[in-house]
Design a binder for this molecule. Sequence first.
Ligand code: SF4
Ligand code: SF4
Length: 56
Amino acid sequence: MAYQISDECIACGACAAECPVGAIAEGDGKYVIDADSCIECGACADTCPVGAPAQA
Ligand code: SF4
Ligand code: SF4
């Protein structure tokens, strides 16, 4: 399953810079992952300071 970003996201943008396939974009108040692009590498979860990305 693709990763998803929870409402804990503080919109710092760190995960978007680390995603190897560019699946993360700034959304409305938080960042969002395009499930069809995500290859489930976990880099976003490893990078996030608040633990917002998790596998759905
Ligand atoms: Fe990108 Fe990997 Fe996070 Fe999926 S798990 S959104 S591919 S960094
Ligand atoms: Fe949100 Fe975490 Fe990504 Fe920062 S690294 S934009 S807090 S999900």
